[in-house]
Design a protein around this ligand. Structure first.
Ligand code: SF4
Ligand code: SF4
Length: 447
């Protein structure tokens, strides 16, 4: 997916100020590259310079970066957070782990030192039961036959498997096994449980390790003060694990600005389940609430078709008035709740797909029998049918390529110390985030 291709998707509106039309001149040496980064952010006209995450939810241009509920490589997470904050995301979703949350906040802080932006919200993800997002691959490399062609390593999108012949003289930076088959194995902090290696092993050596985030640790993490939002992953098929988790977190919920529930499409019972889950949350839900529609989990980097499931899920839910929205906060200034946000298979084709079905930045209200387009700068907020899009694997892949190159050349480093790489990563991130935010694409394309 090229930058030009991503940004060729036209938007319903594009606010281009005279300031944005200034051509960005890129200078080649690294001392000026950080200034080039600032110029690019300024020229593109990123809304989060002055527009809050709540406004984004209302307008339908909310963008969330999913670092991954199980992805715990703090160096990558910090750099991803920095890059996507500069690209204008509204929220960064990460593992419910203290070190990971600190890495996200550090990345956001570094970004706001480069350019004066509003901070995106930090969201942590937890699960109420077994869930695809909360698992890791595991195998003993000593058990692997030396003649294995290592397909597991080739298929892993996270570079989370590192294997070397035990006779290799090169050094590994992590604890390596030196007896038997290979040295190395799964780099646990990088494995996000996508599952692509599980079926590909010809010797059936790979195990799946599932886990559930501890409720008490999660509550303490929320109370720490640097978490804005919580996402609960649920199968939505039974409510008792959800209730147990919700009850355990109750004291901490008041510290949050938003609670999201991530659920798969379970067909005709989806709406009933959503209402049951909402009735559990409602007595202690004093903040915004969002439903993450997980169309095809962890597949956005696969291809164009991966986004279809999420779009059809969104289409079905947006068409019903039976879902639990407009209940919480109904007397508040926002009069909104139950935002719908896509995830699971989302990629650079998602906005195009939403537009085709008339759901991109359109609003349907009980007073209006048909959708109407949102107007830029409308003084009265209109609630978009679809609040926005979350990007996970695809977002990590396009920026991860730059991070890998940088790390192979420089080692594990802060990306702002190598601004030529930051500029390259930012262009990639803008190309994706811009499809939802409707940036002026010309400054990116001119470079
Ligand atoms: S589950 Fe996915 S991320 Fe983890 S090691 Fe296997 S292929 Fe890599
Ligand atoms: S494919 Fe299976 S046997 Fe081969 S290296 Fe990977 S885990 Fe070991």
């Amino acid at each position: 997916m090229s930058i030009a291709m991503a940004l060729s998707i036209s938007c319903n509106y594009t606010a281009v100020s005279a300031q944005n039309q200034v051509r960005v001149t890129v200078k080649s040496n690294s001392t000026t590259a950080l200034e080039n980064v600032r110029n690019l952010v300024r020229a593109v006209g990123i809304p989060s310079v002055k527009s809050s995450p709540v406004e984004s939810l209302q307008k339908g241009n909310w963008v969330k970066l999913i670092c991954g509920a199980s992805f715990e490589d703090v160096v990558d997470i910090r750099n991803l957070s920095l890059v996507y904050t500069l690209a204008g995301v509204d929220c960064i979703d990460c593992a419910a782990d203290a070190s990971v949350v600190s890495a996200v906040n550090e990345g956001i802080e570094a970004a706001t030192e480069i350019f004066d932006l509003l901070r995106p919200w930090v969201m942590i993800s937890v699960n109420d039961d077994e869930d695809l997002h909360f698992r890791k691959a595991e195998f003993d490399p000593e058990d692997c036959p030396l003649d294995c062609s290592r397909p597991c390593q080739m298929v892993c999108p996270a570079n989370a498997i590192s294997l070397e012949d035990r006779n290799s003289t090169s050094q590994l930076s992590y604890a390596a096994n030196t007896n038997g088959g290979f040295k190395g194995g799964v780099l646990t902090e990088r494995c996000y449980g996508c599952g692509r290696c599980f079926p590909i092993c010809p010797y059936d050596k790979i195990n799946v390790v599932t886990y559930i985030r501890d409720i008490n640790s999660t509550a303490e993490l929320i109370k720490r003060g640097d978490v804005d939002a919580l996402e609960i992953h649920t199968s939505a098929r039974q409510t008792s694990p959800f209730k147990e988790l919700w009850d355990g977190l109750q004291d901490s919920i008041r510290h949050l600005r938003l609670v999201a529930v991530s659920l798969p499409d379970i067909g005709e019972t989806t709406i009933t389940s959503m209402n049951s889950l909402y009735s559990i949350m409602e007595p202690h839900l004093h903040c915004l609430n969002l439903w993450q529609l997980d169309g095809r989990p962890m597949s956005g980097d696969i291809g164009r078709g991966a986004t279809k499931a999420s779009i059809s899920f969104a289409r079905r839910l947006a068409a019903t008035r039976e879902r639990p929205n407009d209940k919480a906060l109904s007397k508040s200034f926002l009069d909104i709740s139950g935002f719908l946000q896509l995830a699971g298979g989302t990629n650079a084709h998602t906005v195009d797909g939403l537009r085709k079905v008339g759901l991109f930045q359109t609003s349907s209200s009980s007073e209006n029998s048909r959708d109407e387009k949102l107007k830029v700068g409308s003084p009265s907020p209109m609630n978009a049918s679809i609040a926005g899009v979350a990007y996970g694997g695809y977002a990590r892949k396009i920026v991860g390529r730059v991070l890998s190159t940088m790390q192979s050349q420089q080692g594990a480093v802060r990306i702002e110390e190598h601004p030529e790489h930051l500029l390259q990563a930012l262009r990639e991130a803008l190309a994706l985030v811009g499809t939802v935010k409707c940036y002026d694409p010309s400054p990116v394309l001119l470079q």
